[in-house]
Design a binder for this molecule. Structure first.
Ligand SMILES: Nc1ncnc2c1ncn2[C@@H]1O[C@H](COP(=O)(O)OS(=O)(=O)O)[C@@H](OP(=O)(O)O)[C@H]1O
Length: 441
């Protein structure tokens, strides 16, 4: 009997010990996860966010939406952008390191992000960016690109200008295209050109696959405009970023794209055969990457991304559809308008709290305006100079309309202070500490 009682006591104590151990482990695990969550990396146990990034912004490929992601991320994390003096790096000349603002300043901080339009010259890029940088770019079906480029660059590109319309160009490309014409690169193998290669070289399988190898060597990841959501999910995975980092609304879309017929598509792909070769190759490797990522996981991530985008759209935007250019008067958020095309844009709701508004305005600020804001913060001297110039221009304008009552500050305007970053950046800092979770009412 004594032995039985003794055994029972031992078993009870053992159970108590096991339960206690389990309880403590669960509590410790919970605390740990919570702490990691507060630091914003609950799901990223094994990776560190990458902050050295080179994005080759190809033309008419959804690059402006990607740029918005990079601008916001760099802005929120106070990263140093390698900026051009103007809007781009003297495109369409080959990129040169000395065209980056501050490059020759020996005491400058290292650059973190290089992302504005350039024609790639990989060795010059290597002089600017840290050796551990992540390189990526984006492609689009050359037929869709050509349709977009035709209307967007019509005024600047004689090849397009001379053609009475897109159909005429498609059915008689060699009549209008002259390789030595100014801006001819917009009209043929534009991807190939942006990637630093010769768009007029006659197509051979060997040469095309050499080009593919060069791109593969240079870039860690190649995205696709047609698969934008899958692309940014792969990007998030590679960069070890958070969902909100890669969320964006569609930027720089045209009001009236032309619907292409199948025959037009085939012809444009054949005309841009080098780009099409690139597209087909990297499209295959892209889906292989998706397979490795996991289809189910991708579907789950897509759902999360779309839900969150919808949530942010409802929170931020005045209307869930992009607005026509004429509906946006505020120059700070109006997308650049080429001569022959209208570009859609967005407005934020006017009933938002300041910190929410700041965050929302970030998401709709077009590339050009955001680039100049970043420039102002990194180079306050230039900002003061630009502010004076603006003031002078405004004075000139006001002379013409003297007597008119000044308008109230537009709700979408970003206030730029010459010494500090604008409010929208300062207001976002606590959100970064809390793991980049924007406030949702
Ligand atoms: N998220 C997303 N998904 C799919 N497509 C998108 C996205 N964002 C922008 N776009 C389309 O990309 C075209 C503009 O490309 P870019 O911004 O690279 O143009 S530019 O070279 O900077 O002018 C432009 O195409 P077109 O409207 O055919 O011209 C945009 O509609």
């Amino acid at each position: 009997m004594k032995l039985v009682r003794f055994c029972r006591q031992i078993t009870q104590r053992l159970w108590l010990f096991v339960l206690l151990t389990l309880g403590v482990s669960v509590w410790l695990l919970g605390t740990n996860t919570q702490q990691r969550r507060l630091l914003g990396n609950a799901s990223e146990d094994t990776c560190r966010a990458k902050n050295h990034i080179m994005f080759l912004k190809t033309h008419k490929t959804a690059g402006s939406s990607i740029l918005n992601i990079l601008h916001r991320y760099g802005d929120r994390n106070s990263l140093n952008f390698a900026l051009p003096y103007e809007r781009d790096f003297n495109y369409s000349s080959y990129f040169n390191a000395s065209w980056v603002k501050g490059f020759n300043n020996a005491s400058r901080a290292p650059y973190d992000i290089l992302c504005h339009h350039m024609r790639l010259n990989i060795s010059e890029v290597g002089k600017v960016m840290p050796s551990d940088s992540f390189y990526f770019t984006i492609l689009r079906d050359p037929a869709a690109m050509a349709e977009s480029a035709f209307s967007y660059y019509r005024t600047y590109c004689p090849t397009f200008k001379e053609a009475p319309n897109l159909k005429a160009f498609i059915y008689n490309t060699s009549l209008y295209y002259r390789p030595n014409n100014e801006s001819h690169h917009y009209a043929r193998n534009l991807l190939w050109f942006d990637l630093g290669m010769d768009p007029d070289e006659p197509f051979t399988e060997e040469m095309a696959s050499e080009g593919v190898r060069a791109v593969e060597d240079a870039f860690n990841l190649v995205l696709f405009a047609e698969h934008f959501d899958e692309s940014v999910i792969l990007l998030k995975e590679e960069l070890c970023w958070e969902l909100d980092d890669i969320l964006t609304f569609k930027l720089n879309a045209r009001e009236t794209p032309t619907q292409l017929e199948q025959e037009d598509i085939e012809r444009l792909r054949a005309w841009n055969s080098l780009d099409w070769y690139l597209y087909v190759y990297f499209n295959r490797t892209f889906w292989e990457k998706v397979e490795r990522f996991g289809r189910e996981r991708m579907d789950m991530e897509l759902r999360r991304l779309r839900e969150r985008r919808q949530q942010l759209a409802e929170l931020c935007l005045e209307g869930l559809k992009p607005l026509k250019a004429d509906e946006i008067q505020d120059e700070e958020i109006k997308p650049y308008q080429p001569t022959d095309e209208k570009i859609l844009g967005w407005k934020v709701r006017h009933d938002l709290r300041p910190s929410t508004k700041a965050r929302c305005v970030q998401m709709i600020t077009p590339e050009v305006q955001y680039k100049y804001l970043l420039d102002d913060w990194q180079f306050p001297e230039d900002a003061r100079y630009r502010a004076k110039e603006k003031e002078l221009e405004a004075k000139k304008r006001s002379k013409k309309i003297r007597g008119k009552k000044p308008e109230a500050a537009p709700v979408n305007k970003l206030a730029v202070s010459p010494r500090n970053k604008p409010d929208m950046v300062a207001e976002n800092k606590p959100e970064v500490v809390a793991g980049n979770k924007p406030e949702v009412p």
